[in-house]
Ligand binder design. Sequence first.
Ligand code: C5P
Length: 226
Amino acid sequence: MTTGVIVPAAGSGVRLGEPVPKAFVDLDGRSILEVCLAGIAATDLIDQVVVVVPAELCDHVARAAPGATVVVGGVERTDSVRAGLAALRDDVDVVLVHDAARPLTPVSVFRRVVDAVRAGSPAVIPGIPVVDTLKSVTSSADASLEQVDGTVDRDGVRAVQTPQGFDRTALVRAYAEAGDIATDDAGLAERAGIPVHVVAGDPLALKITTPWDLRIARSVLADPAG
Ligand code: C5P
């Protein structure tokens, strides 16, 4: 089987509050995207890497990552992944979608996802148990004081990460039928009636979204054994 990975690295990442798009923020002398691509290379599982970037950074990434296919992203993450899908080689039959914003994802997570897809699951996602108690709420006129509706059974939920892995035909169908945007690719597969399976994720696959996440990622890289 031939495995490709689409790396969405476009979007502005306004929640991080940095002057450059999120994937280009410095972590350890390397950008978030560079650390992510090094992690992908270390897996030895991937035959094609498609990086999806902001238009103004396309030439820069093409020079910095000569082995990768580089394409321009869209307004929403879904648009960016769709652009990546269109750039996959014909011989790729297993597709991973992996957020550039999860640069510390261990090789073991990639392996679990790829193994499960190669074993026959059309859609596989890494997930971790949720440690906090979860409440459903209704917002009120006073945004600082929400009304609790109930408690969600946390045993029955998972916090979902990337890489998300797919049989290529299933992912293409999910995107063809997608009428809407989704926060992850498996969400589109679910809506298309494609079974989605969960394998064990890892806390290190955290998504860098806020300045606090950036601090954690920099600390881990500075002291991996910590
Ligand atoms: O914004 P968020 O953290 O959910 O983005 C997840 C990933 O999707 C990031 O790696 C980001 O670079 C990418 N993205 C994209 N195109 C967009 C928005 C986000 O490639 N329009």
